[in-house]
Design a protein around this ligand. Sequence first.
Ligand code: NDP
Length: 279
Amino acid sequence: MIIDGKQIASSIRAGIRQDVLRLSAQGRRVPSLKVILLGENLASMSYVRGKIRAAEEVGINSELVHLPDTCTEADLLGMISKFNSDIDVDGILVQLPLPSHINENRLLKAISPQKDVDGFHPENVARLWLGEPCVQPCTPRGIIAMLDACGIEIAGKEAVVVGRSNIVGKPVAKLLLDRQATVTIAHSHTANLAAVTARADILVSAVGVPRLITARHVKKGAVVIDVGITRVDGHLTGDVDFDEVREVASAITPVPGGVGPLTITMLMQNTLDCYRMKM
Ligand code: NDP
């Protein structure tokens, strides 16, 4: 099975749209999202456009605040503080990466945890690891939603996550653990990666190295989720050698059209959830 991320995302978005339409039919305010972008990084601009488009699609009221990269940290903190105290703002997202004169950690900590739709605030991270209600980061949440949509059983399965970043690898490992998988996290110092990944019933690769995962890394019948996105000769490429691995996997995500659409969809879901937390 080739997992159609676009189709799964589209059906989840239809559900979110219904929920938002119901709110407006009841005469309530619809959820609102502020997206802050600094500078002219082409990839960031394209990601942000996708987020604004998705918000339009589901009926979430979104605003792109596009600032020059000369904007100071103090200005940015001031803007975040204004959005934090605005009761009509439900979600605040600062598109990463930020220019080097801005302290990314300080900025992410400044966003109210209740409006932290990316799930990057230390309070949400701590809550995730403690198993308390929290805003979950979008890509990991999207991966679990994708497995569920495909009816793929997680409990009792051997899951291997390649990559240990704070935004994908570590949180997706925790979410898989929460769903009763036995989880291994591999990284750049893992000795004999293929031997580790070949144990996986569910293999998630979040690295950013094209064709790192080949057929010899994959157990026959495994589910392979490719999070990686690298631009090679103008084309988006995943971590997985798709043509080779599809022959051994029972299910596999393509790049593009796999995890990406779910990430943006979960941003919409998180915005709606943050809105509901205030109701
Ligand atoms: P990071 O660069 O933060 O992390 C990459 C991880 O991969 C690190 O933990 C690193 O190990 C590990 N790694 C690097 N080389 C190897 C190797 N040869 N073997 C095993 N592990 C290795 O990346 P992100 O987590 O932010 O993103 C990962 C990929 O996913 C990127 O391509 C990114 O563009 C993509 N992405 C896609 C999203 C989507 O929606 N589809 C969303 C977010 C990211 P170590 O810790 O030891 O350095």
